[in-house]
Unconditional design. Sequence first.
Length: 340
Amino acid sequence: MINALTYLTRRCPNKCSYCRISRERVQEMPPSDWSRAWSILKELGVTFNLILGNEPWILGRDLPTIMQHNQTPFAMYTSCNTLLYTAYSRSYFNSFLDNFSCAVDYSKDYLHEKAFHVDDMERKSENSWFLLRCVKEDYPKVDCQGLITIHAKNLEQVPAIVKDLSDMGVFVGVNLIHHARDDQTDFAPTKEEMDGFLLDSDFDHPRLKKIFDAVKAIPNNLVMNPDYLDYDTNDLIRKKYHCLGNPYGGPTIDADGSLRCCGYRKGKLTRTFHIFDLPKRLEQWKDAVMEDAMGCAGCSWGYMLMYHKLLSDPEFGKKVFTKHAIKGLEESKWSQRKIE
Ligand code: SF4
Ligand code: SF4
């Protein structure tokens, strides 16, 4: 089991005020170059690629061109921009795309109460609920996932979000909010920018434990990373976990083709490599990731933790990532994907 992560673009039409990763302008690789990158992932034996944008759908008609030669199972996140969905959903779902993954951070009831007074972040969740319902109705075979980023303002809503998504047949990922602890963590805003969102380890960890217990008690829940609910909540909040130099086995590709240490960190050494340096400079790249990662104070990132946990049963692990296999859930309810 070898996983990768790819940022196809840093552009996003939503321009959320707190978004840090979109602040740096990146010269995107030409669409035709991605076929070479996909061949390299295949050659490296990558079994799953997590594709992020910021908003891949902003690539419009180039996105099918970019994806046409991909042979690696993937999940592609979208920020659920309704205009992009209207413009491209039919052509994407009828060609390369059989997955719809997005962020769902607020419950339906909460958003209903806020009505027209939602902020950037809440509007994103509002669009996610709306578009997940559209996909479920119009493209029932498309594999859907909602990722909940847990923070101080949505903590109590998490069980309701899990229940409603599961009832819709949408798989659920859970992850804790992260902030930048140094200048290398370009994925997340700084502590100051996240004022009011960060959980306090001493005060919040028993509450988080109670919420995790409530989620575990939801019958037929579709949480795809249930192990996350069993970690020590104090350690999760304190970001006490570490990839030990191997975030998830394979490379992290940025939109310009350069490599990153992991999805959260760019890394000083790793970013001097390009995906086209692999597999020729494989050992040097691994050393660079190791050195960059060892300069990191740690994280509680669900993708990394899941990968490491599932290494004990890699054959099942591959199915978790590619088709949302969940122990105890009948196999007929896992997703059937075009590329497995
Ligand atoms: S939707 Fe996500 S990627 Fe887009 S601007 Fe907002 S936070 Fe950034
Ligand atoms: S511990 Fe590893 S995976 Fe987590 S942020 Fe640091 S370098 Fe990335």
